[in-house]
Design a protein around this ligand. Structure first.
Ligand code: 13P
Length: 249
């Protein structure tokens, strides 16, 4: 299917980068993405504390800023949380929700993830909703069932035209084991079918690197990537953002 929207190349910095480090990254990174082809957009998700400074450093560059999570309430007694209006104040346009790390370490449920994604859309933030199976689930042939449930419950009631779904197999995150491009494409295609809207943006994430990006982006159902470790280095993330587009027939 020809891509009708831009590919989305996103970097998730997780708990990395002080404000000073984020500023140094921006200085080195901006020249590398100054002449990107118009068929793609780049998003960076710094920790909350570096959002303001990175947003300023990237102003006018076209590189968008994402939060790494967002609460479903606008304000209230939720110690440690950040709401959508607080993010909007700093020019944030996207919010990652349902990443496997908060699912694992803070027991986030599909229901909470859905509330977060709905709140994001209600405030004009684009949620990047992560789904994916563990190694045990894959080995037990439960991959499709697990992801189908995450899609059904996590994406309920969302507008598919203002949504990114990231397929991140947990066994490929931070392990150096990229899912084979053809298998990542198969799962991304299933997700697109379950969402039921051809234009939903579906990303792949899990050990994406300069060495694997071109093979991933050539796949018909992969509309972008969510990059962890390789997004911390301006040169490697710059190479990923400048992936080689397939020649159109
Ligand atoms: P890595 O690219 O380090 O495997 O991380 C992937 C990820 O979790 C992005 O959200």
């Amino acid at each position: 299917m020809p891509l009708v929207h831009k590919a989305v190349i996103a970097g998730n910095w997780k708990m990395h980068m002080t404000c000073a480090e984020a500023q140094a990254f921006a200085q080195a990174f901006l020249p590398l993405v100054a002449h990107l082809p118009t068929d793609r957009e780049v998003v960076l998700a710094p920790p909350f504390t570096a959002i303001a400074i990175l947003s300023e450093a990237l102003a006018g560059s076209g590189v968008a800023i994402s939060a790494q999570n967002v609460h479903w309430e606008e304000k209230g007694a939720y110690t440690g949380m950040i709401s959508a209006p607080m993010l909007l104040e700093h020019g944030v346009t996207h919010a990652i929700v349902g990443h496997s790390e908060p699912r694992k370490y803070y027991s986030e449920t599909d229901e909470q993830i859905n509330l977060r994604a709905r709140s994001a859309q209600a405030h004009d933030l684009i949620p990047i909703v992560c789904v994916g199976e563990s190694l045990d689930q894959r080995e037990a042939s439960e991959t499709e069932r697990v992801i189908h449930r995450q899609v059904e419950q996590g994406l309920e009631g969302l507008d598919p035209c203002r949504l990114i779904v990231a397929y991140e197999p947990i066994w490929a995150i931070g392990t150096g084991k990229t899912c084979a491009a053809s298998e990542a494409n198969r799962i991304c295609g299933l997700i697109r079918g379950w969402v039921g809207h051809p234009e939903v943006i579906v990303q792949y994430g899990g050990s994406v690197s300069p060495a694997t990006i071109d093979d991933l982006m050539v796949q018909s159902d992969i509309d972008g990537v969510l990059v962890g470790g390789a997004s911390l280095d301006p040169l490697s993330f710059g190479r990923i953002a400048n992936y080689q587009a397939p020649v159109q027939a």
